[in-house]
Design a protein around this ligand. Sequence first.
Ligand code: BDR
Ligand code: CA
Length: 315
Amino acid sequence: MNYIWLDCDPGHDDATAILLAIHCSNIRLLGVSTVHGNTTAENTKINASRCLHAFAAPADIKVYGGAIKPLLRPTRHDPEIHGPDGLGGVEGLPSADSSLVRTRIDHRPAIEAIAGALRRTWNDSAGVKVTIVASGPLTNIALFVSVYPDLLDAIERIVFMGGGIGVGNRSAVAEFNILCDPEAAQIVLNAPVPKTMIPLNVTHKAIVTNSLHNKLINNSLTHEAQSELASSQLRHTLSTLISFFKESYKSTFGFLDGPPLHDALTIAYVARPELFTRLRGIHTTGETIAAFFDFFLDCVAKCDRVSPLNQKCTS
Ligand code: BDR
Ligand code: CA
């Protein structure tokens, strides 16, 4: 079993990472912290809570708000890609002011909650370590490793989506998460714990093509959809998420085939690391991405059985 803590800035692809973290059978999600990034820290906190509810996370998994700004630089958000509230165009999630959303939020600061989860896991399970997964700017994680150096031994690995080798999305070489808070990224990279970076070079291969979008809508791994009507409200919600993200990627970056599911790959790496080893072989890339989407669709199917949005979609 992989014990993980997820630090994120939802964000369309962060939302898919949340779904995988809840429904992947060899992952035990301990908690979710949020950070400034795709939108304001207040919005990312609320969005994470909306996703936890819609994706049927156990009630004891809470959201903890973290840094509202980068360590040194002015805050930057990305409404062009994620809409004004971070989950633009996504239908069917509970509203921000619903009590379901509010009661999921714990007001302890993010780094204190991460420290508590690491200590508890270490003590209760005789030295079991926790993987920290980060899918937004690295401010919270930089603060955590700086404030709690005594807990570094309790970290299995830090897996983060960010960066690109010779490729960027906010300049020719800069990737959004790292660009938001490069000083925080430097602190995390210097921390003496194992780290895995999931860069744009990898995530730009995980494109949700029309054919995959149709499989998502219709719960079918083998047949293309005949209509655009989703088979459940959950799938309709995910379909609206993909559609919005697709339009953003088309208009901003000229991606014509579909949007990349960047952040979902962090969870896939923890759950199925062998996929990423094989990604090194040029000829196995297609196979790997197909296996990633099978994994993704399998988790969606598990979510569909228990989600409050599992009613049949009628319109
Ligand atoms: C990263 O930036 C955000 O737009 C996404 O959520 C992802 O974490 C991709 O550069
Ligand atoms: Ca993100």
